[in-house]
Structures are given as structure tokens and as C-alpha cells.
Design a protein around this ligand. Structure first.
Ligand SMILES: Nc1ncnc2c1ncn2[C@@H]1O[C@H](COP(=O)(O)OP(=O)(O)OP(=O)(O)O)[C@@H](O)[C@H]1O
Length: 262
């Protein structure tokens, strides 16, 4: 079976700065893969290149959604990438603060609806049915991430950890086959991080999703990931199982270097 995501030798230049330098990364169906590395290594830039926020300067990004043809997605816009089945969350939470918790998920779901603007304005029976489906699906997702009872709250009133879970629900609402999570545990306490870990595993199992996450919480990365890629200064310096990566001298050096500089 082809990998669901196959990134080959992508590079990204910002003026004279090469933020990514020929990075390869593969995700197979059902895998949980982590992308780690010291601050500024290029992890978020990698996510941005894969999800259409930036077009990589070089290299290729291929996806193969389960049961579908492979497609090269370099240069597509973020909404086109989402429609093809890749959804993401952001390091700096990007919810709509003045919308309710439920509405934030509904926004994600609308990328899968077919009603035209006219249908929505005229409230045709089809539009009404579709809207009901959006509400039901969105509420069901909220319950799955443990936020059902907060559906009518403004998203900005939620505690930080809950906002991160809401972002995951919104991403899930787009029916992805691949979910990219940018530092999902950032700012969470150990109890919330444990809950998050369970949620990620459940999502993979129940929805048959593949997951790529950027994360600094090494305990979480080591216990959750099937495989790990390590980056430093825009380059991939190691890949392997958690056990292999933990024992890799190059990785140990990169992290010790970070501590010394801190
Ligand atoms: N839009 C941009 N314009 C110019 N430089 C950028 C831009 N985005 C990122 N960079 C630079 O690219 C490098 C990689 O940054 P990136 O945010 O991808 O690292 P990161 O590994 O995600 O770091 P962190 O763990 O701190 O989030 C950094 O030197 C950063 O300053």
C-alpha cells in the first residue's frame, strides 16, 4: 500500500534563509508519526509547506487518500488541501473567539456541504436538512472530545487545554484521512496531556486516521508515536522508532545543544 503522505526532498527558502533543506517524510496508513527538533528547526515550516500555506521552493508532496489515486499537492491552496482530506491544528490556536464552541466546529464541517449560497439564503428543504446534519455531526464531535456540555459557550471562554481539543474537533469535522497537530499539548498540564494522548489514540483507532504531530513534550512523543522524525537547522537528522531515536547520538547532541544554549 502506498503511504498516505509521501514528501520527497522539500526545501523552503525565505529570502537567503533555507528553512527546510531537502526533507523527506513518509506516513503510512494508520500511523502516528511525530516530528521533533529544537526551536527553529523548521517543523512548522514543514507543516505549512505540506498544507498549502507555503509552496515549497523544491521537492514534491504526494498524498494517497485511502482507496483513491495519488495526487501531487504542491502549490494547492490550504482550502483545497483540506478538501482533499488533510486537516491541521495550529501552534497558536486559531479559533473564532466570538463564535460558540459548536459554531467553531460547524465551520469545519461546512467544507463538506454542498448547499449553494442561494439554497442557504432561501432555506430550501435540502439546505435545512444539510444544516441539521452539520449541527448533529458537530455536536457528536464535541462530545467525543469531551466538550459537549460547553457547546453554547463562546470559544474564548474555554480554558486553554479545552481550546486545543476544540481545534482538534474542528479539524475532524472536515473528515480528514490525515490529521496534522502542531504542538497539541503546549500549555497543557500533565492531566490534560494524558487526556489528549488518549484522544489521539482513539481518533486513530475509531476513525482509521493517520496522524502527524509536532510536539515538544518528549514523554508524550515517546509513548504515543509509531515513528519519529528529528529535524535540526532545516534538515532531517534522524528517523526511527522511539527506541531508535532515543539512542541516536546525533539526536542526543541536538537536544543537549539546546539545553546548553537555553
Ligand atoms: N515566514 C517566514 N519568513 C521568514 N523566516 C521564516 C518564516 N517562517 C519561518 N521562518 C524561519 O524559518 C526557521 C524555521 O522556523 P519554524 O517556525 O519552522 O521552526 P520550528 O521548528 O517550528 O520552531 P518552534 O519549535 O520554535 O515552533 C526559523 O529560522 C524561522 O525564523
Amino acid at each position: 500500500m502506498k503511504p498516505v503522505l509521501d514528501v520527497q526532498k522539500i526545501s523552503m527558502d525565505f529570502g537567503g534563509l533555507r528553512a527546510l533543506n531537502e526533507v523527506d517524510l513518509v506516513i503510512n496508513q494508520g500511523e502516528i508519526v511525530a516530528l521533533i527538533g529544537p526551536n527553529g528547526a523548521g517543523k512548522t515550516t514543514f507543516f505549512n509547506c505540506v498544507t498549502g500555506i507555503y509552496e515549497p521552493t523544491e521537492g514534491s508532496v504526494m498524498i494517497t487518500p485511502p482507496g483513491k489515486e495519488s495526487k501531487r499537492i504542491n502549490g494547492l491552496k490550504p482550502n483545497q488541501v483540506t478538501e482533499l482530506g488533510m486537516a491541521r491544528t495550529f501552534q497558536n490556536i486559531r479559533l473564532f473567539p466570538s463564535m460558540t464552541v459548536l459554531e467553531n466546529v460547524m465551520i469545519g464541517r461546512h467544507c463538506r456541504t454542498k448547499t449553494s449560497v442561494f439554497g442557504a439564503v432561501l432555506r430550501t428543504p435540502r439546505a435545512r436538512r444539510e444544516e441539521e446534519e452539520v449541527v448533529d455531526r458537530s455536536y457528536a464531535l464535541l462530545k467525543r472530545v469531551g466538550l459537549g456540555k460547553y457547546y453554547s459557550e463562546l470559544s474564548s471562554n474555554l480554558p486553554y487545554g479545552a481550546q486545543r481539543r476544540l481545534e482538534i474537533a474542528r479539524a475532524m469535522a472536515t473528515d480528514p484521512f490525515l490529521l496534522l497537530l502542531d504542538e497539541p499539548a503546549a500549555g497543557m498540564n500533565p492531566h490534560e496531556t494524558e487526556d489528549l494522548k488518549r484522544l489521539v489514540v482513539r481518533i486513530r483507532e475509531e476513525d482509521k486516521l493517520s496522524i502527524l504531530l509536532i510536539e515538544h513534550d518528549m514523554k508524550m512523543v515517546m509513548s504515543l508515536s509509531d515513528r519519529i522524525y528529528v529535524m535540526e537547522y532545516g534538515k532531517k537528522i534522524a528517523e526511527g522508532t522511539p527506541k531508535e531515536v532515543r539512542a541516536n547520538p546525533r539526536v542526543i547532541q541536538a537536544y543537549l545543544g539546546e539545553e546548553e544554549n537555553a
